[in-house]
Design a protein around this ligand. Structure first.
Ligand SMILES: *Cc1c(COP(=O)(O)O)cnc(C)c1O
Length: 383
């Protein structure tokens, strides 16, 4: 069945006791066992290990992504952490996109490094750079594409080929495009990761994460971490995310079309130095973005002439758009990564990978496109 049908129905069946059309919020710690011999006969023991509401979301996301299993987590960061714990041991090496969510960089450099795991932050936009970074002990390649916040794209198929040759697991952070636009498994990846906080929820209501695996062995390793470290998603969050997922394609279509119009407007504006949106023909990896995904998404960034000072003025004064962290929600958000989402990435590293001080990140929401554009026009007039 098609994506639009599956985003609504996959993983969800009417409640057998009441017929409730929505999966109930199973707010319970434990599950009564009929007898010692029948322990786990209904499939549940304790809500750290499994919960029916969370499971409904896990089934839905596994289906949408085309994987064999999904494990949901309390945040996107705990999902990424689980993948690292599942596939890396002391003495191992991992390759991570040099442009990635700031929290991913912090997790590697400030925490996992302490446990004897070595990281190379490679330019994953250049597959040769990834191949050159592979060592005998490379166990994991984590590619974020398009990357937060520069929108740099990486060739999932080429990197999957490298990971297969080296015996490393290839995980893709698919948060920006979601399975509606990008299917990492069809391109050879082993694992797809989401911050469900973003487009899956879509309403600025929750924080959550998901790891979808393409084979049972990987799924078992991730499930073991989910239960052992106790980072499962809560049933309330799973319930809200289940509702969000049902409109994913509709939101993505509108928000992406809007982003295209906004990027085009910005590109032509005399006060804009540069704009990066994968759907613009001027985007350096337009060909790759067009080849490996069926849409360009609703994230873009731009730099105002006058750099940081002008950008700050715009962000502080703009109407309709909200200055806030997060992305992918129905509310259009504007973020300054250097002081907000990527503040923990050292300046030298930011400069090296192109996270410039004047970068204004925009997450296009569901408001009228015309209102979003006129708000930008007014704010640009004032800088
Ligand atoms: C937000 C984000 C994360 C982290 O997710 P949280 O839910 O905030 O923990 C990871 N990767 C990407 C690409 C993100 O945008």
């Amino acid at each position: 069945m098609g994506f639009r049908t599956r985003q609504i129905h996959a993983g969800v069946t009417p409640d057998p006791t009441t017929g409730a059309i929505l999966t109930p919020i199973h707010q319970t710690t434990t599950y009564v066992q009929p007898s010692v011999d029948e322990y786990m006969s209904k499939g549940y023991s304790y809500s750290r290990s499994a919960n029916p509401t969370v499971q409904a979301l896990e089934l839905k996301l596994a289906d949408l992504e085309g994987g064999v299993d999904c494990a949901c987590f309390g945040t996107g960061m705990s999902a990424i952490h689980a993948v690292m714990l599942a596939f890396l041991n002391a003495g191992d090496h991992a390759i991570v996109s040099d442009v990635a969510y700031g929290g991913t960089y912090r997790l590697c450099t400030k925490i996992l490094k302490r446990f004897g795991i070595d990281f190379t932050f490679a330019d994953t936009a250049n597959a040769d750079d990834v191949a050159a970074a592979v060592r005998d002990n490379t166990q994991l390649i984590l590619t974020e594409t398009p990357a937060n916040p520069t929108m740099k794209c990486s060739d999932i198929a080429a990197i999957s080929e490298i990971s297969k040759q080296s015996g490393a697991v290839h995980a893709v952070d698919n948060t920006f495009l979601t399975p509606y636009y990008q299917l990492p498994f069809e391109l050879g990846a082993d694992i797809s990761i989401h911050s469900t906080t973003k487009y899956m929820d879509g309403h600025n209501a929750t924080v959550g994460g998901a790891v979808i695996c393409n084979n049972d062995e990987h799924a078992e390793a991730v499930r073991f971490i989910q239960n052992s470290t106790g980072t499962i998603m809560s049933p309330q969050v799973a319930w809200l995310t289940l509702q969000g997922c049902k409109t994913l394609s509709v939101r993505m279509d509108y928000q992406s079309a809007s982003a295209m119009e906004i990027a085009t407007f910005l590109e032509a504006h005399p006060k804009v130095q540069q704009v990066m949106y994968p759907g613009l023909e001027s985007f350096p990896q337009y060909e790759l973005a067009t080849r490996q995904a069926s849409g360009y998404g609703a994230m873009l960034w731009f730099e105002v002439k006058g750099g940081l000072a002008a950008g700050k003025k715009l962000m502080d004064n703009i109407e309709v758009w909200t200055l806030a962290e997060n992305l992918g929600s129905v509310e259009s958000l504007i973020t300054h990564p250097v002081t907000m989402t990527h503040a923990d990435v050292e300046k030298a590293e930011r400069d090296r990978v192109g996270i410039i001080d004047g970068l204004v990140r925009a997450s296009v929401g569901l408001e009228d496109t015309d209102d979003l554009i006129s708000a930008l026009e007014t704010a640009l007039d004032q800088v």
